[in-house]
Write a protein that binds this ligand. Sequence first.
Ligand code: 6PG
Length: 470
Amino acid sequence: MAKASIGVVGLGVMGRNLVLNIERNGFHVAVYNRTQSKMQAFLQGEAAGKHITGSDSYPALMAQLEKPRCVLLMVTAGSAVDAGIEEIKPFLEPGDILIDGGNSYFMDTERRSLALTAEGLHFVGMGVSGGEEGALWGPSIMPGGTPEAWQALAPILRKIAAKAEEDGEPCVTHIGPRGAGHYVKTVHNGIEYADMQLIAEIYDLLSRGAGLPAAELAGIFDEWNRGELRSYLIEITAKILRRTDEITGKPLVEMVLDEAQQKGTGKWTSQNAFDIGAPIPTINAAVESRILSSLKAERVAASRVLRGPSPRFTGDRAALVEAARAALYASKILSYAQGMSLLRIASAEYDYHLDLAEIARIWRAGCIIRAGLLGDITAAYRRNPALSNLLLDDAFRQAVESRQAALRHVLQTAIGLGIPALALGSALAYYDAYRSERLPANLTQAQRDFFGAHTYRRVDQEGIFHTDWE
Ligand code: 6PG
């Protein structure tokens, strides 16, 4: 039998779906799973009759593979990846390619990459977005690693990746060296958190504030999905809002406990942005909002003692809905501007040589944040690859300028009603801060100098100054 093009280790749902996707695209796949009964169930079930062959050991897996051997590890991020690498390594030889397709922390990928490179192996930290369906039918793929590893993997990855509607191009590109792929996947998830939180805040304003029932909101989101807000997250929001609970007959979304969980990628984005000095207030606000939501018991107790205005909106609902649409689009642009400039700063910090146009291009389909907007972001970075901030691109500058009144109106309404809007508020504050020639940091510097003699610089002369302020 002809050798297999790739080996996949770990047959959880993401692993199984990627195997089926690779095979459907014309490649023979060899698989291995530590729990052999799980592998047998897969081989006799979904994989039956396909070019997918099992192995009962790592040597047996390696013997099935073409050289250089490509092994895709699909195990839970963290210690399982290190354990998997240690188990497989003795059977690899220089030139072989080991791929980690999980949501690994990029610094772990940096470490693994250095260690494996020293042994002559190629290590590819590969971000994969799109959930279970994406893995099966076409994810957006963010592989890091050496150009040689990319050359070897590209024929498979190009085939299995999602194809953008606009030009049919596969949503995969060589992201950069070492941990670059996992870094970009992490920032993707940070942007995903921000997108989700912005939508949640608009939902809160329109449902709790304006009193719009879920079914009506579903129609509004459907309509928004046909315009500039067109995106996967808006599309699924409409579907979620339309779903009725079989037990109570109420909208199912209202029966879901309001405590957001997280696996950590959003938090990593914030932590890293603090480390490298990149302002991403809207992603931070999204992470904070999940943490705040998780304090359910405290919130319930506080809701009985802390008073605020009535959240009932009494103004023109149709006008609020229209403002909400424009505000959501403007805040989404502001959030992407933050995420893209984080990538630019990280690229310099870690020597990743990231191509922002390419990254936006491969996010146009397959991934969770896929959106019409990403085509425009791709175009902006193609027009000017050195763009320091998306907001300075003419098209985006105008898009935010023409919607800022709506964003201010929506925030004023939310504040008046006592409805929290951390992410929307942070997006506008980012805009106002970024466009301010002068910020009150002069006072901060004066205070630092007052209490700690930390010194300051002056606006009118070069040099470092200290004042005895009292
Ligand atoms: C994707 C997603 C996925 C992530 C989930 C859950 O791109 O397919 O980002 O990788 O695991 O969205 O993330 P949280 O549990 O942190 O919300």
